[in-house]
Design a protein around this ligand. Sequence first.
Ligand SMILES: [Cu+2]
Length: 428
Amino acid sequence: MFSRLFQRVALFVAPFCLFLLSGCSKEELTVRQSTLDPKGPVAQMQYDVFMDTVWLVVVLFVLVGGLLVYAVIKFRARPGDENKPAIVEEGHGNPLIEIGLITASIGALVFIAIPTLSAIWYTHDVPDEAVPTSKLSAWYPRVGADGKENYPKSVEEEVLIVDVIGKQWWFRFEYPQLGLTSDAKHTVPNELVIPRGKAVRINLRSEDVIHSFWIPKIAGKVDLMPGRKNIMWIQADQVGHYYGQCAEFCGDSHAYMLFRVEVVEPAAFDAWVKAQKAPAPEPTPGSKAAKGKEIFAAKTCAMCHNVGGQFGAGMFGPDLTHVASRKSLAGAWLDNRDPVAQRALEKKEQNTEASVAVDPAILKANLIKWIGSSGTSHGADGKLSKDVKPGNRMHYYAMFNVVGLNISKQQFTAEELDYLAEYLLTLK
Ligand SMILES: [Cu+2]
């Protein structure tokens, strides 16, 4: 009776188990946010600790499970056992087994503790210089046994510093050594750009609540705490487009608080820094973009957004000076690339870090979608359209109807949205 029921349940559950296993396919293991596909020394170190633990647990599982199976088979009831006492006499006090087991347990703990502790030190000790992956060993030998430094310092290899500022619900990146800071009115929202093969010191700061910085394939995750100066370091060894995520619940749109990391060759990085510092070009007079710029000035957008060379007051929202050059929008929630072409490229290259360029048509559609639904704008019926990111701070101000700005009753016609988008498209 029982075994029949059991059989039925097993038959019912088996297909679901197969379905779960399909998640382990090689292709799906190389997904965008995977800690099992490390692409830099910090992620590699974390992966190694994980695998050490997995292998130890596999050994323990086989040993304990094997003993259990052995005992079940060896001591099972056989015909003729009916007259034997039901409870077998217990053995007591075998010092060899007891001491042996305690020693083995301590050994297992030490086996895990050594790589764990060295990994903790490794990830916390921000290096002064780049770390060649070829020299990375699991035992943290920045200084070799001979007392010599394994990784000689050189001026070229000096560590790059990036301030990461968490906001509800997007990240702002500043490069104090390169003059890309809020003071200089040049900041980089949502897409962190770093040179390949260089150690980057990350200063984690929050301007509101606790967030957490996590790029599964490169490093993570460390919290951004208000009033606390957390740090970490990262290094990426392969050029590409990486996917990051806020990993600490931080309010309404936490799930939409993504970011991207663009790893580029050092020469391309220098070119990127130059381009970031350049002011936005003026739109051609009389064009749609020029009309968009007028709307941008009139409708309080400039209050929250900086456009280098044109509007310089707003630092509350993301810097828009080069918004059209970024592959994503709104905390990386909206992707400005063609999804079909992107998937095809990923398949071809067998690599989710390969990336197609921005598709201007998709970027435009995203801009209209964002501005038209962000809460600064009401639809033709006078009602707020559904948020792309619930509760986002572009909406927030409208809700509180800042006295004198009257943005809560802001309405954009389709034409005005088009002009605004055309203007923002010129901000490359
Ligand atoms: Cu967050």
